[in-house]
Design a protein around this ligand. Sequence first.
Ligand code: SAH
Length: 320
Amino acid sequence: MIERLDAFMARANAAYYATRDPFADFTTAPEISQVFGELLGLWAAVVWQSMGAPAQVLLVEAGPGRGTLMVDALRAVGRMVPDFHGALRLHLVETSPSLRAIQAGKLDATWHDRVEDVPDGPMILLANEFLDALPIRQFVRRDVWCERFVEDGVFVERPTAAGLPEASEGTVLERCEPALELAGYLGARLAAQGGAALFVDYGPAESAPGDSLQALRGGAFCDPLVEAGTADLTAHVDFQAIAGAAVGTAAHGPVPQGKFLARLGLFQRTGVLARTLQPEAASRLIVSAQRLAEPDGMGRLFKALALCHPDLPQPPGFSE
Ligand code: SAH
């Protein structure tokens, strides 16, 4: 069988998320510290207020994993901004049946396969490490531009007619079509119906060539092309391309995760919580906040990008 890379990646990740516990292979920000979800929940509450506090709003999370981010977000919102808690209707976008079951044990929500299936209305969307799992295409410059296919666990290259810029021999370009389509959809939808979307993920601040496809199994890097469905496949998110595709919205960022979370109060909230804990648990919480924020942890490679209705003010976390 020969498959274009995006078809291979879609099949591999669908099998992976349906059958494995992804969190045995990698860990994510909401699993590292409860403060991450709390801050994103309060971010959504401030955006809701800036929208004029509509009596009903769709709170949507794409790729909720174990549901941890949303549980933490709703707890914080319930305490701090109860009017927002009362106004929100929770919709979760998740394709994995096993992860849906875990989410359903913790959250009262409506589930969808695609963001496009969420009913009409003003919407605030949160997505952490969702875009990086979406399938990419890869192009390699030879004498002509070629596209990568996967056959028997190795890359095969075929000449392509895709219109690509001039580049030197060996240059690799990536394109994540589902992410660009989602951005285009959100642009039109948010402009017409109101709201905002916040994406936190990993990738460079500006579009850059290079092969960023990676596979993680048991916390270690492995060959992405063999044993499809047994490892988590991800690629860098091209924030610049996504911002450009979200026509109709104002894009804010991307800003490095460390700055974003620090501006939202990561260390203040961590300090308040730490004072309620035994010394060992308190120091674990502080170390986890540092891991989220420090440049050599997740603070620099991970970024936050917001797509907002153009009439909304700049959302929290994005101004210098
Ligand atoms: N946001 C969570 C989980 C990240 S893992 C966290 O930060 O911990 C990626 C999540 O996206 C998983 O829930 C996975 O099942 C889901 N997912 C992957 N591809 C998807 C797709 N095409 N449509 C909907 N959900 C998808």
